[in-house]
Design a protein around this ligand. Sequence first.
Ligand SMILES: Cc1cc2nc3c(=O)[nH]c(=O)nc-3n(C[C@H](O)[C@H](O)[C@H](O)COP(=O)(O)OP(=O)(O)OC[C@H]3O[C@@H](n4cnc5c(N)ncnc54)[C@H](O)[C@@H]3O)c2cc1C
Length: 89
Amino acid sequence: SYRSELGPYGIDPASVLEQARARFANHAPAIRRTLAAATPEECLVQRLWTVPRLGSYVSGRRVLIGDAAHAMMPTLGRGACESLVDAVT
Ligand SMILES: Cc1cc2nc3c(=O)[nH]c(=O)nc-3n(C[C@H](O)[C@H](O)[C@H](O)COP(=O)(O)OP(=O)(O)OC[C@H]3O[C@@H](n4cnc5c(N)ncnc54)[C@H](O)[C@@H]3O)c2cc1C
């Protein structure tokens, strides 16, 4: 996943694929091969919403932690880890 100016509605998979190929042109060969082989018909394009960045996550005796404070991109696979770190902190 990556930040794009495309959308928010009626996102064209072919445009996304073209943008992704350009964006990841200098990445690992396996990534480039995968993007080169992909076709718009086989691609699922999904807009992801993120939570806004806040100045502070604390207000009086209340604190936001976990996904409520910082939703993670699905590709990161570490939202639960960060939530536990928040709780300990
Ligand atoms: C498909 C998928 C795969 C994932 N894989 C990973 C992974 O491999 N590794 C990793 O670290 N993270 C992973 N995550 C992310 C991880 O699950 C979340 O980041 C984590 O669960 C966030 O914890 P949380 O306590 O902040 O929120 P949640 O787990 O969403 O807990 C919020 C709780 O609040 C409850 N709630 C909501 N509204 C109210 C209300 N009004 N009153 C009372 N209760 C309410 C909800 O029912 C829920 O139980 C994955 C997430 C998904 C969806």
